[in-house]
Write a protein that binds this ligand. Structure first.
Ligand code: CO8
Length: 256
């Protein structure tokens, strides 16, 4: 992998996007590497953390130099590639944490939004500046931003291209927490470790439900949860978790 740095420790995979010359902007090679990485992620990994290499930028958007001379068909294809990879991240069967360590602009903000949970450093900046470049968010930002923060503020951000700071991102619910830059990765790993201590199949089922139910009508969503709730009782870890509680022991989950 030319542009990705991965490290696995205690079931937590930390993946850093690394294109220092362009503040980790996403070109099609990086998107393909990301696609391939997600397809072949080690089965022992319980949580994936995505961050940007260096201290300045998470991802400063899609690569503008690659997009500059695209025609409509090529633009659509480039957008489709990014959207496909980000959707894979969104529905990946393990939780994904975005540790946003600086600029998360355009495709960078869209990548963070495809992750399950976003935390950031105090120097992070978020925005969808695309209309200032003559395009719109093309990696599903028009869809996810409104869902995450509400339509009114999403429209303001997208129509004006305004860039917001970490404290504002926290206020509007775009991120869950803000940390000093030096503490961000430890905080991301501590959050991941808390998830790792839970029953993995239950975590997976919870993600499946939350994602699937989001676009369903209430009755359908409730029925969906009911079905998956029942499936939990087919797992050994459900017996382990409840027995451990009742015997005041620490559960030892086996992912079974
Ligand atoms: N693409 C390509 N190169 C970039 C990008 C980018 N998105 N961002 C930064 N760079 C490059 C700069 O060109 C510069 O290169 P060089 O050193 O060769 O001049 C280098 O990174 C460092 O950048 P700056 O000198 O500009 O650093 P500053 O600290 O002054 O500024 C900023 C940092 C504010 C992040 C600034 O670089 C910037 O505004 N970058 C562009 C941000 C942006 O507009 N992002 C959105 C891009 S569009 C997008 O993401 C659309 C997604 C959907 C695509 C759909 C496909 C059709």
């Amino acid at each position: 992998m030319e542009f990705l740095k991965a490290n696995i420790e205690n079931g937590i995979c930390t993946l850093a996007i690394s294109a220092p010359k362009s503040l980790n902007a996403l070109n099609s090679t990086i998107l393909k590497e990301l696609d391939d990485f997600i397809d072949h992620i080690d089965s022992n990994v319980k949580v994936l953390i995505i961050t940007g290499d260096g201290e300045k930028s998470f991802v400063a958007g899609a690569d503008i130099s690659e997009m500059q001379n695209l025609n409509a068909e090529e633009g659509e294809n480039f957008g489709r590639l990014g959207a496909k990879v980000f959707r894979k991240i969104e529905v990946l069967d393990i939780p994904v944490i975005a540790a946003v360590n600086g600029f998360a602009l355009g495709g960078g903000c869209e990548l963070a939004m495809a992750c399950d949970i976003r935390i950031c450093s105090d120097n992070a900046k978020f925005g969808q500046p695309e209309v200032g470049l003559g395009i719109i968010p093309g990696f599903s930002g028009t869809y996810r931003l409104a869902k995450l923060i509400g339509m009114g503020y999403a429209k303001e951000m997208i129509y004006t291209g305004k860039v917001i700071r970490a404290d504002e991102a926290l206020r509007i619910g775009l991120v869950n927490a803000v940390y000093p830059q030096a503490e961000l990765m430890d905080a991301a790993k501590a959050l991941a470790a808390k998830i790792c201590a839970m029953a993995p199949i239950a975590v997976r089922y919870a993600k499946l439900c939350i994602n699937a139910e989001y676009d369903l009508e209430a009755d359908e969503a409730i029925a969906y949860e009911n079905k998956v709730f029942g499936m939990c009782f087919d797992t050994k870890d459900q017996k382990e978790g409840m027995t451990a509680f009742l015997t005041k022991a620490k559960p030892s989950f086996k992912n079974e």
